[in-house]
Design a protein around this ligand. Structure first.
Ligand code: ITT
Length: 204
């Protein structure tokens, strides 16, 4: 069977996060995308991995069991602050506890960074993608954007920690820079761009 991910092909994305879904819709706009919301009875797996990659793989493999004949893509992402031993890292979505909102998580991070200044406010957003084909091929790719955390949230676009993260070389937060900027330069954009490159390269 042909393992090509042709431009018309369907991809199932193992995410229930609306902010991520919106970005994937743009980043993979030449594909027919489905998300976990399209499987209302689906219960996502527990994220028991100890790295972004392991959790992305857990999400992809769980969905592949349900959709064995489709391409599936799992993504695990988050923010790493070296001065906090890389927290919140893989715990970004549950930093302020299970069921925490984006605002709870962001406020806790600001509180835990109150005493940090200058270089110690450095941070990086990571997006790790694991994509599995029905024929058993797998692609594992990481996108990263470096920057720093500001003292108060600013901007209204995006989701999660976007209002407190300023990418290197910029003076505005992800939430101010907006969708178009993130669609080109975010950690997720980089990971997806590399994934599409790999597919193209491997099929040429
Ligand atoms: P899925 O597992 O269903 O994809 P999730 O929200 O639980 O959804 P993760 O476990 O990957 O996803 O956690 C990622 C968290 O990191 C997410 O909740 C955001 O708070 C944060 N995050 C990731 N990418 C981000 C981005 O582009 N902008 C802002 N925050 C982001």
């Amino acid at each position: 069977m042909n393992d090509e991910l042709s431009l018309s092909k369907t991809i199932w994305i193992a995410t229930g996060n609306k902010g991520k879904a919106k970005e994937f819709k743009f980043l993979l706009k030449d594909h027919q995308l489905y998300f976990l919301k399209d499987l209302p009875d689906y219960q996502g797996p527990e994220e028991t991995g100890s790295s972004f990659e392991e959790n992305a793989r857990i999400k992809a493999q769980a969905l592949q069991k349900r959709k064995p004949k489709e391409w599936v893509l799992g993504e695990d992402s988050g923010l790493e602050v070296p001065a906090l031993n890389n927290a919140p890292g893989i715990y970004s979505a549950r930093y302020a506890g299970l069921g925490a909102t984006d605002t709870d998580n962001l406020n806790l991070l600001l509180k835990n960074m109150k005493h940090l200044t200058g270089e110690r406010r450095s941070a990086a957003f990571i997006s790790h993608i694991v994509a599995l084909s029905p024929e058993g091929k797998n692609h594992s790719i990481q996108g990263k954007v470096e920057g720093h955390i500001i003292y108060e949230p600013i901007g209204s676009e995006g989701f999660g920690y976007d209002p407190i993260f300023i990418p290197k070389g910029e003076t505005k937060s992800f939430a101010q820079l907006g969708v178009e900027y993130k669609n080109n330069y975010s950690h997720r954009a980089k990971a997806v761009q590399m994934f599409l490159q790999q597919i193209k390269y491997k099929n040429s």
